[in-house]
Design a protein around this ligand. Structure first.
Ligand SMILES: [Zn+2]
Ligand SMILES: [Zn+2]
Length: 571
């Protein structure tokens, strides 16, 4: 029964779970020897796990869908009732999975859903009739394990989705196709940017073009940091385990760290850059006149993630943080956070994001330090962000273990949110590492540390940017910015002259050396998503001009070399 008090989301989940029953019903009619297990609704649709007599194949999906439509047309009422366990055990005497489920239910009775001749063990929550399930699609077949236990029985999972209208279903399928088409893992392969290998699971390999993008990101950040008075530092990848005990990482994070023994001493691969930065700070005394002191690093960190959690460049086991540690007085927190917020806004805009939100995260369950320190730090961040004229939300309990933070979420062109930038105020590590500065009075005081990153992880940010632009990176960031396309071989000399002149200006340019017709050259430049095609025929060679063709097919005629260089510098 559809309960009117349910939210739209809950009603949709009921429809989708009912669609899972519909699928199981179709399977039991077409392949009666299949054993049914479970079929819940998911965020995006539903699945059902089966133990088939013979494995299902892709070609079976349309057949199953057709039978589902047929059962839908029968408009069978979905009846759910509680029955004694003994009765249920009899009903499922040949299905070890259902018997196991029945045993796990603490009550004396269990729920059975019935539609026509078909029944399924189930807790309930359905639409009223099979006729209400009309707009659905089966999507994938994959392997699964009974109770998600890798040592357990292997099953086959069929996934699908169901919506209330055909329009919703079409929109869902279009979005799904788009996400698949512009998945950065697919684009990375297509555009020859990066790869992954079994020899280093979760560790990305950057190819020349991918490395070019990463370097351009680093160049941007170096320039922005220099403008804001940062110094660049670098700290070792491996450091003595003792340091991680001192920093608290060992206590809170050791399960995600890699260790190695050298000369009978245990070292850890750094999961964060902070302790290294503190050691640099501590090498000499600091005066209040030096503060705020800003150390920026591109720190390569290792964090152990479960292999199942890895996802292209989004979730890796080693990545580069654009990590910053600012040492300042409590009075300087506000001005520093305002500066970082400006850097974040400038960067995200430059990379083509129009929408981003700020969130202030407060004390988590596992935390160091007193409530009083936490309150002081949290209030400082809230006050600052209020004055920074941006919208923000409060995320209760989402702070780091050493302090409250501001997280920045980007919204991409496909409507997804990604947390990238972060600003964390830290009152505890300065205490922990005994960091000091000499105040105007001559007394030793504690600085505050602000940890911050704009990209977060360079690798992950690259993936997000790539998907956001659907592979067509903006001119300034593209690994190959321009390609010279001659109409015939007769213009090759003129073309080469253009390449040389543009390279002198630091523009990443190539020439298509093939003898393909111009239409073929344009097509391959489009495939490679090169933003500028410089088309030159006899007319251009004679007049010393260039026709500029963009990826979207728009063209500008009669450009001079100087005009083109100026355009490139402004892009
Ligand atoms: Zn059910
Ligand atoms: Zn840090």
């Amino acid at each position: 029964m559809i309960n009117e008090k349910l939210s739209d989301k809950e009603k949709l989940a009921q429809l989708r779970h009912s669609a899972a029953h519909l699928l199981a019903h179709a399977v039991s009619e077409l392949y009666p020897k299949t054993k049914l297990t479970i079929g819940p609704a998911t965020e995006e649709g539903f699945f059902y796990d089966f133990l088939p007599e013979q494995n299902f194949k892709e070609e079976d999906l349309p057949l199953l869908e057709a039978r589902m439509h047929e059962i839908s047309k029968r408009n069978l009422p979905l009846i759910h009732k509680q029955v004694p366990k003994a009765e249920a055990r009899k009903l499922y005497k040949d299905n070890q999975f259902k018997l196991e489920l029945i045993d796990k239910i603490p009550d004396d009775t269990v729920g059975i859903a019935t539609q026509g001749e078909f029944n399924d063990l189930c807790r309930g929550g359905h639409v009223e009739t099979t006729g209400m399930i009309q707009h659905f699609k089966l999507l994938t077949i994959s392997g699964a394990y009974w109770r998600a236990d890798r040592s357990g029985q292997t099953l086959q999972r069929i996934t699908g989705t169901a919506c209330w209208t055909d329009k919703d279903l079409a929109a869902y399928l279009k979005r799904r196709e788009e996400l698949e088409m512009y998945d950065h893992r697919r684009l990375g392969k297509q555009l020859d940017l990066f790869s992954f290998h079994d020899e280093g699971v979760g560790f990305p390999f950057f190819h020349p073009k991918g490395k070019s993008v990463v370097n351009t990101m680093v160049d941007w950040m170096r320039k922005l940091r220099a403008e804001n008075g940062y110094y660049e530092v670098s700290t070792p990848t491996m450091l003595n385990e003792k340091l991680w005990h001192q920093s608290g990482h060992w206590a809170f994070y050791k399960d995600n760290m890699y260790f190695s023994v050298i000369d009978e001493t245990t070292y850890a691969l750094k999961p964060m850059n902070c302790p290294g930065s503190f050691l640099i700070y501590k090498t000499r005394p600091h005066s209040y006149r030096e503060l705020p002191l800003r150390f920026g690093e591109f720190g390569h960190v290792h964090r152990h993630e479960l292999s199942g959690a890895l996802h292209g460049l989004i979730r890796v086991r080693a990545f580069t943080q654009d990590d910053v540690h600012i040492y300042c007085t409590p009075d300087q927190i506000e001005s520093q956070v305002v500066m970082i917020i400006e850097m974040i806004k400038k960067t995200y805009t430059k990379f083509g994001f129009e929408s981003f939100q700020f969130a202030v995260s407060t004390k988590p369950e596992k935390a160091m330090g007193s409530d009083e320190l936490w309150e002081k730090a949290t209030n400082a961040l809230k006050k600052t962000i209020e004055n920074a004229n941006v919208t923000y939300v409060i995320q209760e309990g989402e702070g780091a273990f050493y302090g409250p933070k501001i997280d920045v979420n980007i919204q991409d062109s496909m409507g997804r949110n990604w947390q990238c930038g972060t600003i964390q105020v830290d009152f505890f590590q300065p205490e922990n590492f005994d960091l000091t500065y000499v105040a105007a009075s001559g007394a030793k005081e504690r600085p505050v540390v602000i940890h911050s990153a704009v990209f977060g992880s360079l690798e992950r940010f690259f993936a997000i940017v790539l998907e956001h632009h659907k592979g067509a990176l903006p001119f300034w960031l593209a690994p190959v910015q321009a390609t010279v396309l001659t109409i015939t071989d007769a213009q090759k000399e003129y073309g080469q002259k253009l390449v040389d002149k543009l390279k002198e200006q630091g523009i990443r340019v190539i020439m298509d050396e093939s003898s393909d017709p111009i239409s073929g050259k344009i097509k391959s430049a489009q495939m490679e998503k090169i933003p500028w095609m410089l088309v030159v025929g006899n007319k251009e060679a004679e007049a010393n001009t260039i026709t500029l063709r963009y990826l979207n097919g728009k063209q500008e005629f009669g450009l001079t070399l100087d005009g083109l260089i100026k355009k490139a510098q402004e892009a």
